[in-house]
Design a protein around this ligand. Sequence first.
Ligand code: ADP
Ligand code: MG
Length: 687
Amino acid sequence: MKLNDNIQYLKGIGEKRAELFHKLGIFTVGDLLYHLPRGFEDRTNIRNICDLVDGETVCVRGILASGLRKFRARRGGWVVQTTLSDGTGVMRLTWFNATYIDKSLSDPEAEYMFYGKVSYRTMTAEMVNPIIEKLENEGEKAKKMGMIVPIYPATAGLNQRSIRDAVKRALDGLDDRFCEILPESVRSRNGLIGINDAIRRVHDPADYDEFYEARRRLVFEEFLKLQLGVSSVKSVKKSRRAVVIGDVKCIAEFARGLNFDLTNAQKRVINEISADLKSGVPMNRLVQGDVGSGKTIVAAAAMFAVARCGCQSAMMAPTEILAEQHYKTLKKYFDPWGIKVAFLSGGQSAKERAANTEVIESGAAAVVVGTHAVITDKVNFKNLALSITDEQHRFGVGQRSKLINKGMNVHTLVMTATPIPRTLSLVIYGDLDISIIDELPPGRKPVRTVALAEAQRARLYDFVLRELDRGRQAYFVCALVEDSETVEAKAASEYVKKLSAGVLRGRNVGLLHGRMKTAEKEDVMRRFAAGEIEALVATTVIEVGVDVPNATIMVIENAERFGLAQLHQLRGRVGRGADQAYCVMFGNAKSGVAKERMKVMCETNDGFKISEKDLELRGPGEFFGTRQHGLPEMKIGNFFTDMDILKETQTEAARIIKSDPFLSAPEHRLLLDSITETFAKAGDILN
Ligand code: ADP
Ligand code: MG
């Protein structure tokens, strides 16, 4: 049997069953062998029912003491229940949404084995959705005892036993080998076993150690390919030529003109950027800095040097409001130097737009600001040398590359306020160099954050009014009710009515939501920034980037509906000046996770800690679908639970890339082919 053979070659797999395997992505014998167990059933841990302890995961065996009961759950869906007796006691077994279970338990005489987590919600022990194994005959019973048995990802209608049998047949009947793509040197340096041993042992290990050793080898290979893939993209980019921005010293002059001193972190990052700009190699740099750390001025410094060199820069923001704000800020910085800034917005009239595109094409405007879509569509630059993306995490990879294609090997700078652990940024942003602004401008006080109950609302309002009387400003944010701008706009409109008729009666109140016309939005933002509007009622359109330092109060309604990263971003709208700022969350957090989010917010202002907690609460899948980053999906490894292996592969990848940046050495040939194939399937970033 060959690896490429259809799984129907395996005994016991007909057309019907093959279809079930297809659902798991298994088409060939090779696919089947790469379908790895997600864990093991410890058959050495068979327990008496009378000794079971709440919360432990164990095996029990016995006969069914009652028939199967099948009924509708309150929330719909079928529940199947039965009781198991092993002579020491009885326990309840329950399956949810698993109607096919009765087929697996059809023999009232048979002895069965169940594997799962024990719970003691009532007086009797219970297992919910345990794995079922029918013990066929005495010989098998004896053999199965004291073994560890793989548990595979399964699908309805295809049970553990069928998968296990198929794998066993495949392993026994195989007269073919997996191709070893890891060079001997890599394997010996990292203590990795060969691919064929790894595949065999991962399915049929003698003990746990053997399983983990085998799995580590497979995860290592998967991670190494990924890391080498992104790292070699970096090598390719570095082999290109870019405009040399000769005079970066002029940045010092620009900095002297500011009404504040740059922080040491800002200076360091500007130096890193300057070195890139004058190197002749395209810059590919990510700047990470918490909300309020002062990323905009760093970007402006880079654009200044580029403009002085006679070239153009473009800066993209994810929202119109933010783009407009950047335009104002940059104009303020650049007007005194006679550097023209052009602004492109979706809300502009055809005439305005034409005028702007013209100064961009002629090169008269050295700096261009806008939302991403506006800048990329139908705009031609005379000599674009630098592209900057603000709040990069709001854009997909596809959009990122679209902009880079606007100029020949332009320098790129991407900025984000969402920090992630270094090991992970080496994967996600592996094709970029990373600079970190790890210092806030002086005099910033941490935002005082509280979660209040309804009963405390009146007192909070008193406090807000006192702050407004002192000349401070406030945001009132209402949550996304549905994933729809229209519904959201309506909610905000009602909220503003309620506030204006109540607590904010007689005050200057503004409203901002995504459904308003560009000109209206601009007007409201301008009046809020100028202090005319005292309280701004808004939807999450203000979530990223907005900078009005005099605003010191952020009131968030229905805070339980926001994610942690979002709450932190919203809070980041205040505390941008020297005054003490406050963030108040109202919300009815019923779920444990929502409560935990509020607690974390109250405990820390540190974006790094918050993002780690966010990872933990949301889980890796949601935190970043690799898809969103254009990276291939990981089939075996898990970035979080396999963090140690990820680190090892990063060290190894760095070593390989250092000696062979394009993986062109003969010993890396197979590895390179395999990487190219994997990335081609993911269909992005390598192209
Ligand atoms: P973010 O990193 O969130 O994009 P911004 O660039 O919007 O932050 O800066 C936040 C505020 O801090 C702005 O009002 C900016 O003018 C101010 N700022 C930036 N750097 C400094 C500094 N070194 N000293 C004082 N204020 C600064
Ligand atoms: Mg910003």
